[in-house]
Design a binder for this molecule. Sequence first.
Ligand code: AGP
Length: 613
Amino acid sequence: MCGIVGYLGAKDPKEVIVGGLKRLEYRGYDSAGVAILDGPKSDLKIKVVRASGKLSELSKKLETEKFSGHLGIGHTRWATHGVPSERNAHPHTVGGVSLVHNGIIENYQEIKAELVRAGAEIKSDTDSELVAHLLAAKVKETGDLFKAVELILPRLTGAYAILAMWEKQPEVMVAFKNGPPLVVGVGEKEMIVASDVQAIISHTNKVVYLDDHEIALVKGSELQMFSASGHPIKKEVTTINWSADQVEKAGFKHFMLKEIFEQPRAVANAIAPHIDLEKKTVEFKDLGLTSDQLKSIERVFIVACGTSFYAGMAGRYMIEELSRVAVECDIASEFRYRNPVIPKNSLVITVSQSGETADTLAAIRLAKKSGALTLSICNVRASSIDREAHGRLYMNSGPEIGVASTKAFVSTLAIFNLLAIKFGQIHGFVGADVQATAVDALLGLPAQMETVLSYDKFFAESAIKLKAYRGILFMGRGINYPIALEGALKLKELAYMHAEGYAAGEMKHGPLALIDERMLILMVCPSDQNYEKTLSNLEEARARGGKIVSIGTGDNHELKTVSDDYLALPKASWMLNPILAAIPVQLLAYHVADAMGHDVDQPRNLAKSVTVE
Ligand code: AGP
């Protein structure tokens, strides 16, 4: 995902925008740029300065640049469409209109074809530039940037947060979104629009959060908010009064919630080092295992504890599907004592956020003693497990403070997707096309995750109702079954509530007896190869009076009619649905526990790293 900043006011826009982008650099850093008004007051023009690479490259270019205007926008990029380069960097400017975009326009091909047919000169490989073309055409018609935005909005599908300016209206910025975040800082005679409060807080602590399908019109020192259909709406101005502790939590009430919201970035950081954006391939540079060694592998064991084990279970579906190499999953405390049969040409993969879990460390030592190759997926470099493994991959999630693991979990799922693609390619089952499609799907994931994070509000509001149930039964099939287990674990470890995770196909073999109106069922039911069967499991539960919350793909009317609450995930590859579905089950557990007044970051009886048996 990317970082957006816009400024209108008496300060130097260059300073405010670059300063804001620095606070947002965590959101993406493969290229950056600014578009700021310059020239005589009677004839201000947009001047654009962009640079490939980190923000420091842009800062160097801007050192000698001066801008006479007081309106500008800026962007730091995480590439999804178009490789990192100056020509693909934002802002994109067409006909005096300049914009910055975070997200993915899903129908960009259709829009591009229409623009090319109309003779438009497309300069970049990005989907974002196409929106600038649409806006430029409409400002010509209407003579007004806000009206132009209203007219093009119905054309866009996908996840987007966009901020636009037009040189003919030097006192106007227009922001609009569907999914990724946008916030307006309402200062003293100045306005700042950004992806995150971090870029605003040093100028004002009065902010207005945009909700999906809303438009913010900044005109001089006035902010007007509208619905997508152009009706004025009233929005609350929130005062951010962060204590020092809250600054550490970036304004979130708990580290866990901050880490849930960091997940799009965590996934981006997990995959970025291993993707060749030019070739759209997976390249492990410092894996510690050679391709020949990986090719020799005839059996894989994935060994871990707790949440990390559930990530491994999902990884098994990915590796078997793409490489056709048999994979076995074991809880580390079982693996180390069951005298496992580890055939030659085996690879034992351990998953451990801390890299210090005693049972997992014992498991990797047993594996090495048995002659197996070992690969560690962990979040802490130079931890015990990291040091002892033959090969290593990093979650790259940044420090995970909350005892309940969240961002490390989704990063591990993304790492397993990379591993499965590479393994499949080495074993001759994944060709260039499949690999490129899978890489594209991964690159689009952070923006899709930001869309799912908007369910935070739903769970905050429904937590009181959810905690009244005598228990929650999480269910799913295939690769979503581990998410059912993870959802149940989160609720147990945070809300201390009875919760079970079950393979949905198991219902008739016992859990169906649990179901009545006091038992809530959370069914993970995305539109994948198991959808129909999972839907009939859901209907069995409903027929017995169970209350149903279902998680599906898109606007699924069929699921909605058989659910008391329905949560829609963006359309994704079946292998990536677990990463999207993990977010609602994390938010459910977090808000129920918070509503109960529990210490969410340090739940009772638990520790962040179980370094003893
Ligand atoms: C998950 O929320 C728990 N914190 C726990 O299950 C954890 O995943 C498990 O202890 C494994 O820890 P590790 O990933 O550091 O090895």
